[in-house]
Design a protein around this ligand. Structure first.
Ligand code: TRP
Length: 457
């Protein structure tokens, strides 16, 4: 009881669903999913991504929630206590440490991209894109990327917005905010989908997403799909563990997590179906455009739509808010730990971690201008790409794999069964088999094939 009082609990199972969905649905769905799908050839990539969500993401997400709820503390302390209780090595706290680090690294670039979205709110509201062509929007976007001070300004504003909520404590306002945010975001996405169907090249967009062209998929693409399954579900770094620790004890984990994963996937697919028809209807736009895809394609759609200024503004407000409700969960595990163990106030913990993430974010800002050149590349890619790939493709899958192994092999089965008492015996055994054998093996295989692929090439 004491531990629960320290950070608060969600008011009900639905608040947990909303908060976890708020964390899951963000730039990953609306910005990243379309652009990496475009870069990796479409259909086959989407299929692998969906399989990763179903067979790896959902079971590990249940495991991470279960660990959080039985530990009831920050991920670092939860892992330490659970390891002691299971009578194994305390080295398992490494999951917590790696998670705090991954969270700060992700937040650093997340805030910069969310800053672009904030900038677009004002640009669209100003009528900048009325009747704009693909080329005009592209040049607007390039001008923004070239201006590091402008980007730093929006990055700072977004970071402050995030810290403001986390300082107040995530269980208080977030649940209510997300309750309104998510449905409105979804309705707007459906409107955009309608636009794509009537004005864009819907057939080409649809075929791009759902025609499985396996020859376009590489092992590197499979790794990106796997990494994105973790990224989009907020998995593998303790965010869901921290949120799980605020979950009411009697809520059924399986049903809850399946709901969250379903909503998250639906938003990503609808976003893809809304964006690609616009891309294929415009000569100046191409699916493999990279991180700018969303920022050059959607303004074209809104610019030619009646009421586009209003809807476009609203849409980018919602993207910013969705990013905001996600960013909160990136910093919460570290904050919770500093408060529990190091006597920090929520304010000072946020200031410390926020400053670290903000400073790292400058590297992402510069990746699009001063540091874009090859002499600043790390292992062949820009600082932004490096941080993105290091976290999504390596830290999250490895963290998730360790979570699965700990929950499946090291925790006492009776303890796990008690936390998962709502699952039928068949469901419980199925989940346990997935977490013990299937999910970790698949993650390891993807890494294995990647190394093999590098060696033979
Ligand atoms: N899932 C979020 C998105 O898709 C990003 C995110 C929030 C995240 N918290 C996370 C990713 C924790 C990995 C880990 O935009």
């Amino acid at each position: 009881m004491e531990k629960r009082k320290m950070h608060g609990t969600w008011s009900s199972r639905w608040t947990f669903i909303l908060a976890a969905t708020g964390s899951a649905v963000g730039l990953g769905n609306i910005w990243k999913f379309p652009y990496i799908t475009g870069e990796n050839g479409g259909g086959a990539f989407v299929l692998v991504y969906l399989l990763c969500i179903a067979v790896i993401g959902i079971p590990i997400m249940m495991a991470e929630t279960m660990l959080g709820r039985s530990g009831r503390q920050s991920p670092i302390n939860t892992m330490r206590d659970l390891a002691v209780e299971a009578g194994t090595s305390r080295a398992w706290v490494a999951i917590g440490w790696m998670g705090v680090l991954a969270g700060l690294l992700i937040l650093s670039f997340y805030s910069v991209i969310a800053g672009w979205a904030l900038n677009y709110v004002f640009a669209i509201a100003d009528g900048t894109f009325v009747n704009a062509t693909g080329a005009t929007v592209e040049s607007y976007f390039e001008t923004l990327q070239a201006n590091k001070y402008e980007m730093i300004q929006w990055h700072s504003i977004f970071m402050l917005m995030t810290l403001a909520v986390v300082i107040g404590g995530v269980t208080k306002g977030l649940g209510n905010a997300v309750r309104i945010l998510m449905p409105v975001l979804f309705v707007l996405l459906l409107m955009l989908l309608g636009y794509g169907m009537s004005e864009g090249n819907f057939t080409a967009g649809f075929n791009f997403l759902f025609n499985f062209k396996f020859d376009l998929l590489t092992w590197d693409g499979v790794l990106v799909a796997l990494g994105h399954a973790f990224f989009t579900l907020s998995l593998g770094m303790g965010a869901i563990m921290a949120y799980g620790s605020y979950m009411p004890g009697d809520a059924p984990i399986g049903k809850t997590i399946i709901t969250v994963a379903f909503l998250d996937t639906a938003v990503a697919l609808v976003a893809g179906l809304a964006i690609f028809p616009v891309v294929f209807a415009n000569e100046a736009l191409e699916p493999g455009a990279g991180p700018g895809l969303l920022f050059v394609s959607l303004p074209v759609a809104f610019g030619s739509m009646s009421g586009g200024v209003v809807f476009g503004t609203l849409f980018f407000v919602l993207i910013s808010l969705a990013a905001w409700s996600s960013a909160i969960s990136l910093i919460e595990p570290g904050v919770a730990w500093l408060v529990e163990s190091k006597n920090f106030s929520r304010l000072s913990a946020n200031l410390l971690l926020g400053t670290i993430a903000w400073t790292l974010g400058l590297g992402t800002v510069l990746s699009f201008n001063d540091w874009a050149g090859e002499e600043y590349h790390i292992l062949g890619v820009t600082f932004f790409d490096f941080v993105d790939k290091l976290t999504a493709n390596f830290m999250l899958p490895i963290g998730g794999m360790l979570i699965a192994i700990f929950a499946g092999w090291f925790m006492k089965k009776s303890h796990v069964r008690r936390e998962m008492s709502h699952e039928s015996p068949e469901m419980f055994e199925l989940w346990r088999a997935l977490v013990r054998y299937i999910s970790p093996t698949l993650v390891a295989l993807v890494f294995g094939f990647l190394v093999w692929d590098m060696l033979i090439n």
